[in-house]
Design a protein around this ligand. Structure first.
Ligand code: ADP
Ligand code: MG
Length: 240
């Protein structure tokens, strides 16, 4: 579904990503781990063109996103993204957050968009909160709304950038549970996370980034139990 080859990205003189080769097969969960500043978010953001690569290729469903003819808005309809800080519209209720993009971008009818949204809110356990003001929700509830909102666009791929990093420890689990369900239902997902137990359990592939390169990647069994690189071992030792 996603294939990245020779990706390079700089901000000014700061080379943030180099020689990135990366692949996500349909139905797979790929987690990206690594220290702060290693380029995880930038890599994720290159997949939906929130950042423009300097060099290399990013293919999504076989089309090269670096090509000028790519319709960025059409692309983003197929790629859902969930951020650390939720990025909800705080002046709208839960249901309106979920129906805004389908109604304005996909020209869905309001009633149909609401029916679909209620289904996704049910999935994330928040059907009873459809009319609630976003400001009244807990962080875990907000993040579950953000996931439901992304699902309302019927994406082929979901990107998660540290979805639980802003949450209190006792509510991290409810968001991971929703993500686990989504993975079990076959959603293709790329997840940047520091939740190693989750990565171990849910991932098909784990990618370890260090200073702008993919230092090591493999199955969770391999990467967590028998990492080859000293820097992978050093990074993982901080989570023991
Ligand atoms: P991570 O998500 O692994 O913490 P990032 O991809 O956010 O890493 O950042 C990698 C590097 O790129 C950091 O040095 C960061 O300061 C820099 N960076 C990220 N975004 C920008 C930006 N918009 N402008 C300038 N520098 C950036
Ligand atoms: Mg980041």
């Amino acid at each position: 579904m996603v294939r990245i080859e020779g990706l390079r990205k700089s901000f000014g003189d700061n080379v943030v990503l180099r020689d990135i080769d990366f692949e996500v097969m349909a139905g797979q969960v790929v987690t990206i781990i690594g220290a702060s500043g290693s380029g995880k978010s930038t890599l994720l953001r290159c997949i939906n063109l929130l950042e423009t690569p300097d060099a290399g290729h990013v293919w999504f469903h076989g089309s090269d996103l670096a090509a000028e003819r790519v319709d960025v808005n059409r692309l983003r309809e197929k790629i859902g993204m969930v951020f650390q800080g939720f990025n909800l519209f705080n002046n709208m209720n839960v249901l309106d957050n979920c129906t805004l993009a389908p109604v304005t971008l996909k020209k869905a009818g309001k009633a149909e968009a609401e029916r679909v949204a209620l289904g996704h809110l049910e999935t994330v356990g928040l059907a009873d909160f459809a009319r609630a003001d976003v400001n009244t929700l807990s962080g875990g509830q907000k993040q579950r709304v953000a996931i439901a909102r992304a699902l309302c666009m019927n994406p082929d791929l979901m990107l998660f950038d540290e979805p639980t990093s802003a949450l209190d420890p006792e509510i991290v689990g409810e968001v991971l549970e929703v993500m686990r369900d989504l993975a079990a239902r076959g959603m293709t997902m790329v997840v940047v996370t520091h939740e190693m137990a989750f990565a171990k359990e849910v991932s098909d592939q784990v990618v370890f980034m260090d200073q702008g390169v993919i230092a090591e990647q493999g199955t969770p069994a391999k990467l967590f139990s028998a990492p080859e690189q000293p820097r992978t071992r050093e990074f993982l030792s901080r989570y023991l």
